[in-house]
Design a protein around this ligand. Structure first.
Ligand code: GDG
Length: 725
């Protein structure tokens, strides 16, 4: 039975050394609960680092045995790997970059080497457990290289990836010397999920600029594989927080805490220690609030929980000192014997304590400077059973995209935060309730279980699409089925591209005229009155005319600009407006000047920039730059930028083989459709065909055709079979 393997840096487990033994307890994070239904089921497993450095063989074995019984598998890391891969590259390079704290980035080749090494270690560990047909779901920024490492080993396996932190704009991401490798690492996935649409958009833009891969609504073609990106905001285990808020332990804690605090209004702040959370700025705003609103002095307290995190890193240790200095200053400035402005805790609390904080808080102040999602604000909403509470939420948190009924603020605007605090503390009960109700309904519906389900559905969908898009080899069996359909039909239409499809390529294109065999074949095809044969080519109409006008065929020439029905005259299919060409020619010329070996070809209706002869590397680099430049200037105009084999073509979007062939389909009640072609311009023809069409691609490149053959000779053989020669 195929299984699902969850992979994350940390396993959802807490391990403690008790004397010489180890105690293992499942940990209760949001992700662990959400994925519990997945990894605890059947043979499914969760693979990751157990959270502590263990070097002795027998200790590792003991831990592994216990983990196996909990459906988990360990990847053991050495002390040095933890320092360089986890604390180093993950937390001191990627984390600041992805959160736009670029001044904090540490660029260190040793960190990068460790990051690569550990990602490979994860890949090796997966090799021990993976079997054909399995699905692997990889989580977060510590494992960005893993999808491609895995893909190289298992070309067909199903790989999903979810990024829990923001994906930065290209302007930030490009700072990393290893940006390209990181992106390529991610692109080994089939489906890549982000919390927000903006994260997804930033990712797609970096993929376009750095890897030269475009997208349509998040769908990318990576080599021959379809890869999809989408925004799937993560939900919480709603019932867990709602139930905890009704638990007797929570209620008795609330009574105890309330008695100590007295009758004050409470503002709650909970975060891991991190500069991205904006804790110091929040304290600054609270100080200003008290200074400007004396009537609240003695009436409102801030309950601030900072959960210890990464405090061995100097940056974090400094942040802790800064926070504590501020707390001391504010308490010193405003405090009274019977009232403290801030109750500050640098530690973590059990769930029921946390839940009672959520219950008691009149206001939750969640003001990160940047946050992928932020679960604290969602947990607060789920815990507010009486709906009597207000959420102040930073626009920079992913959750702000969903929770528009919060008071949204910009965390850099201290004045706005001060105003928001006053508004929240004085908000009428009815308004609090109605806002809370709307947010609760949406979080209840879109909970963690819905998120997991949706992710898996999207991943399966991509796999199915990949299957559908796969061009299969044209086997004898399929040829015979085609022949049966051909014989049964009464009105057939057959579109044949010319170069590469009916003839081979010649050094001089004018030497590629039809040979005797081809002429005989076309003659036989046309002899059958049930057949309508259309030669559909990018070639100049005069050349096609010279070669084939003796045959009763139709022509679509110059990618659809000109056409000619059997016995008729040449007609222009579209009136081409070429007024854009001079402007674009000037842009292309600029790139030719900067790219030795490249040149421009001017066609009637298009301009083509060729870079086949450009030095390797430079051509690819310029082509990416040029594509994005051209796409920018052509947006919202009827101009299409198409990337081909070492060329970029700019053309009128109403000129393509697809539009032209579609107009032919309407001309009669055909009951047999066939299209054969070899290059990317023929893809438009394939896509214009009805589902029942027999579409055949020449060559190995990816295609929307149903079947593929090796060369033009196989196309000729297929046509011969049909005409029964
Ligand atoms: C990353 C992204 C994204 C906090 N204090 C205590 C405690 N917590 C729990 C909360 C919450 C979790 O920690 C914090 O989650 P966040 O989402 O706020 O932040 P990160 O840890 O930075 O997580 C973030 C998330 O991934 C998921 O994709 O939302 O943007 O940075 O669940 O409840 N739990 C307990 N005691 C505490 O004192 N028991």
């Amino acid at each position: 039975m195929p299984k699902t393997i969850i992979v994350s840096n940390r396993l959802p487990v807490k391990i403690q050394r008790v004397q010489k033994k180890f105690e293992l307890k499942p940990s209760e994070g949001g992700l662990a609960t959400g994925l519990g239904s997945v990894y605890k089921d059947g043979d499914n497993i969760w693979l990751g680092w157990p959270g502590l450095a263990v070097n002795k063989g027998e200790e590792r074995e003991a831990i592994t045995d216990s983990l196996i019984s909990m459906n988990m598998r360990p990847v053991f890391l050495t002390k040095n790997e933890i320092e360089e891969y986890y604390e180093g590259f993950s937390n001191e390079t990627l984390w600041p970059n992805f959160h736009y704290f670029n001044q904090y980035i540490i660029y260190d080749d040793a960190f990068w080497a460790a990051y690569q090494k550990v990602n490979k270690k994860f890949e090796k560990a997966l090799e021990q457990v993976i079997e054909e047909g399995d699905t692997v779901w990889i989580h977060d920024y510590q494992l960005l290289l893993l999808p491609t490492l895995l893909r190289n080993k298992y070309p067909d396996i199903s790989i999903g990836f979810f990024l829990h932190i923001p994906f930065p704009s290209y302007e930030s991401f490009r700072l990393l010397p290893w940006r390209r490798e990181l992106l390529e690492g991610m692109l080994g996935s089939d489906f890549i999920g982000f919390h927000t649409y903006d994260d997804m958009r930033h990712f797609l833009s970096s993929v376009n600029r750095l890897a030269g891969i475009g997208n349509t609504n998040g769908r990318m073609k990576v080599g021959n594989r379809l890869v999809m990106a989408d925004a799937l905001p993560m939900g919480i285990d709603y019932d867990k927080y709602a139930d905890a808020a009704a638990h007797p332990d929570t209620l008795s804690r609330e009574v105890r805490y309330r008695t100590s605090l007295g009758e004050v209004q409470l503002i709650l702040s909970i975060d891991r220690l991190d500069y991205s959370k904006g804790i110091a700025q929040r304290l600054g705003a609270f100080e200003k609030f008290l200074a400007e609103n004396q009537e609240f002095v003695g009436k409102v307290s801030l309950l601030m929980v900072v959960v210890p995190s990464r405090d061995s890193v100097p940056m974090y240790a400094n942040l802790k000192s800064e926070i504590e200095l501020l707390v001391g200053r504010i308490n010193g400035r405003f405090g009274r014997i019977n009232w403290a402005p801030i109750h500050y805790f640098y530690r973590s609390f059990p769930l029921h304590a946390l839940s009672s904080f959520y219950r008691m808080a009149d206001v939750a102040l969640v003001t990160p400077l940047r946050d992928g999602m932020n679960l604290v604000c969602k947990e607060y909403i789920a815990s507010k059973l009486d709906q009597n509470g207000v959420l102040i939420l930073s626009e920079m948190a992913g959750s702000s995209k969903e929770l528009s009924d919060a008071i949204l603020i910009n965390p850099n605007d201290e004045g706005q935060m001060v105003k928001a605090m006053k508004e929240a503390l004085t908000m009428p009960l009815a308004e609090r309730k109605s806002r809370m109700q709307i947010m609760q309904a949406s979080l209840r519906r879109y909970n963690i279980h819905a998120w997991v389900k949706l992710f898996m559905q999207r991943l399966n969908y991509v796999k199915e699409e990949q299957e559908n898009l796969q061009t299969k080899p044209l086997t004898d069996l399929i040829k015979n089925e085609m022949l049966k359909a051909y014989k049964k039909s009464k009105k057939r239409i057959i579109f044949l591209d010319y170069d590469g499809t009916l003839v081979g390529f010649k050094a001089n294109p004018l030497d590629a005229g039809p040979d005797k065999e081809l002429k005989g074949l076309i003659y036989d095809l046309c002899q059958d009155k049930k057949n309508r044969v259309v030669i559909i080519s990018g070639r100049d109409r005069q050349v096609l005319h010279g070669w084939l006008s003796d045959f009763p065929v139709d022509f679509i020439a110059e990618h659809g600009v000109w056409n000619k029905k059997q016995g008729g005259k040449w007609r222009k299919f579209v009136e081409v407006d070429n007024s854009w060409q001079e402007e674009f020619y000037a842009i292309l010329e600029n790139y030719v000047n900067r790219t030795p070996g490249s040149f421009i070809e001017r066609k009637d209706y298009s301009l083509v920039w060729h870079y086949r002869k450009v030095e390797t590397g430079l051509g690819e680099l310029r082509s990416r730059e040029l594509t994005s430049h051209l796409k920018y200037v052509s947006s919202e105009r009827d101009i299409q930028v198409q990337e081909g084999d070492m060329v970029i073509e700019v053309k009128n979007s109403n000129v393509n083989k697809g539009l032209a062939s579609a107009s032919w389909l309407k001309q009669d009640n055909f009951d047999f459709f066939m299209a054969c072609g070899d290059d990317w311009t023929d893809e438009d023809t394939f896509m214009a065909m009805p589902d029942s069409a027999h579409t055949v691609k020449v060559g190995a490149a990816s295609s929307s055709a149903k079947y593929r053959v090796k060369d033009y000779k196989e196309i000729r053989a297929l046509l011969e079979l049909l005409v029964n020669r």
